[in-house]
Design a protein around this ligand. Structure first.
Ligand code: SAM
Ligand code: SF4
Length: 334
């Protein structure tokens, strides 16, 4: 019998937030995320638009109230706007919030449609405001398009939050300026520690920058006051009196954030990963493509709740160490 019960894991955590990757493909090649010659999945392995929709409805039925579309780059998938529109119709009818994480390169084309579908907030990843640096880091000269995309999103009425990965020796010196820039535009910004996911060409240990160090530096420039603000994600927030803006810090490595975990991730091939930092996995594509998809999906979600681990096991403390997990963030859905 398939269950319609809310998703609650073995540690009594209520799972209400799904991050759904709609593609593993991307038009950038951020050095910490994927190698230049990333091999992408054959299209037949990736869930169809119908499957993504059916899956999302199955999750909503089980109490997922917040759904974030991600990737890879969600906006490089041609039909993604159809999914945004279809899921947008569930806002207020099961879904509280539909959001997206994007690199922004194609936002100028899609911002109006995204806003019209009922999306209110999006996250745009931006690690530097220096064009040469951007080109080196993302291996593509796309900063102007990203900035245009952010402007278009704001014009369309979307609240934009900037996500910045803090990288030692790469954008470390620029972080205070990035924060000042974002706040100057009325945008929130969240800093993220680089995580050991998937092989990339460089040793990520070289670029690991604990946010405790960043915070110390920001504290010298501004007064950071811990804020009670929450968005259902793992960030802790601070208000900065001088800029009038809010700063989020996501510190998976220096500060364990697993206790209140409310989220799961599904890859573009329908693999549910119960934890970003673990290999516990359930094959939802097999369930969807079985001869009794509804029951099989229900059983698969029940299984996911039984195997979700209590905490992640990241470590980035040894130079040259293999990545904690073989899969990339672009696969699991950041
Ligand atoms: N392409 C979209 C983007 O860049 O926003 C969505 C997918 S991307 C994988 C989601 C987020 O994960 C981005 O903010 C990116 O900077 C971050 N990310 C990718 N690899 C990471 C890693 N190894 N450690 C920490 N964050 C990472
Ligand atoms: Fe693409 Fe996002 Fe990964 Fe950069 S972080 S390579 S934009 S998926």
């Amino acid at each position: 019998m398939s269950s319609k019960a809310p998703l609650v894991d073995q540690f009594a955590r209520r799972i209400s937030y799904l991050r759904l990757s709609v593609t593993d493909r991307c038009d950038l090649r951020c050095a910490y995320c994927m190698p230049e010659r990333q091999v992408f999945l054959p299209r037949a392995d990736v869930l169809s638009l119908e499957e993504l929709h059916e899956l999302s409805l199955g999750f909503i039925e089980r109490g997922i109230t917040k759904l974030r579309l991600t990737g890879g780059e969600p906006l490089v998938r041609r039909d993604v706007i159809e999914l945004v529109k279809a899921l947008g119709r569930r806002i207020g009818a099961g879904l509280d919030e539909l959001t997206m994480t994007t690199n922004g390169t194609r936002l100028a084309d899609f911002a109006d449609d995204i806003a019209a579908a009922g999306v209110r907030r999006i996250n745009v990843s931006l690690d530097t405001l220096d064009r040469d640096r951007f080109t080196r880091l993302a291996r593509r000269d796309s900063l102007p398009q990203v900035l245009e995309g952010i402007a278009a999103a704001r014009e369309a009425g979307l609240a934009v939050k900037i996500n910045t990965v803090a990288l030692k020796g790469i954008n470390e010196d620029e972080i205070p300026d990035l924060v000042a820039w974002a706040h100057g535009q009325g945008l929130d910004i969240t800093l993220i520690e680089v995580m050991p996911l998937g092989e990339v060409e460089e040793d990520r240990f070289d670029h690991y920058l604990p946010l405790s160090a960043v915070r110390d530096r920001l504290d010298k420039r501004w007064a950071l006051t811990p804020s009670g603000h929450r968005t259902g994600g793992p960030a802790r927030y601070f208000d900065i009196a001088e800029t009038g803006g809010r700063l989020g810090l996501i510190t998976p490595l220096t500060n364990n954030f697993c206790e209140g975990c409310n989220r799961i991730r599904v890859t573009a091939t329908g693999q549910l990963y119960a934890c970003l930092g673990g290999n516990e996995r359930v094959d939802l594509r097999a369930a969807l493509r079985s001869d009794r998809p509804e029951e099989a999906l229900g059983e698969a979600l029940d299984l996911a709740m039984r195997i979700k681990p209590e905490r992640h096991h990241f470590a980035i403390d040894r130079p040259g160490a293999a990545p904690a997990l073989a899969r990339h963030m672009s696969t699991t859905g950041g």
